[in-house]
Write a protein of this length. Structure first.
Length: 254
């Protein structure tokens, strides 16, 4: 059983070398780069892989296109700020050797945030379905928060996929700004009307869910920050949605 490991990236010089070092067990590695302006292309040249540049289409479409470039039926997706743990590597290598027992495999993703590993806050185990038979599963075309669509249940592996997330709070705020804009635009495209109640209750619920129900308080200051930032993201997403919806409506009435 051969596996093609796929990576979509843009300006990932800070983390991609660690990612690439952790996937040496792959039968094929393909990096789909959206014309990075940093040293990402140079770093990729240090490894035995196929490097392709393609304009950004959104997460879902970019992943779907990447799958089309793979020569093998089995696909493994990893992001540029992630690393395969030794335990997860051993499990995948064993699947390669013994053969697959499912069309899709998922594994826990463990996040390193604010100088500590997060074990609560809704961020762990956070199983991700990333190893799959491309003839049995496919990504949807969402611009953000894309989903792997498949029938049945994925087999859950035990090994962690390490996730070295935001560089700092400024980096996190920058992503909140970018991702909330994309999410708001998707709400507009789906014809969903803004709701003040949804924006208020949604942000309050997100905080309470992550900090109390998901035991975020056990993650200390990091847990409080996670719950606060997630709540802020929900609020900003809905505010942007309302602003754009009303702006578009005003323009159409002129």
């Amino acid at each position: 059983m051969k596996i093609s490991t796929l990576i979509i990236c843009f300006n990932a010089e800070r983390t991609i070398r660690k990612t690439l070092k952790s996937i040496g067990w792959s039968d094929e590695i393909i990096v789909i780069d959206s014309f990075s302006t940093d040293k990402t292309p140079e770093i990729c040249k240090e490894f035995d892989l196929k490097f392709i540049q393609k304009e950004w289409q959104g997460f879902g479409k970019q992943r779907r296109w990447a799958v089309e470039q793979a020569n093998n039926d089995w696909i493994f997706f990893i992001d540029t700020d992630e690393e395969v743990s030794i335990e997860l590597k051993n499990e995948i290598v064993n699947i390669k050797k013994e053969g697959a027992e499912s069309d899709v495999y998922a594994f826990p993703r463990k996040v390193y945030y604010m100088n500590r590993w997060i074990t609560h806050s809704g961020w762990y185990p956070d199983h991700k379905a990333r190893l799959f038979n491309k003839h049995k599963a496919s990504w949807d075309e969402s611009n953000i928060h894309e989903i792997l669509v498949y029938e049945g249940e994925a087999i859950k592996l035990k090994g962690d996929l390490y996730h070295y997330t935001y560089r700092d709070i400024e980096d996190q705020l920058d992503r909140v700004n970018r991702y909330s804009t994309i999410a708001a635009e998707e709400l507009i495209s789906k014809g969903i009307k803004p709701s003040l109640i949804r924006s208020i209750l949604g942000s309050i619920w997100r905080f309470n869910k992550l900090y109390f129900l998901k035991l975020g308080f056990l993650d200390g200051l990091a847990g409080l920050t996670i719950a606060s930032m997630e709540s802020y993201y929900v609020m900003v997403k809905y505010f942007k949605h309302a602003y754009k919806y009303n702006s578009d409506k005003t323009d159409s009435e002129r």
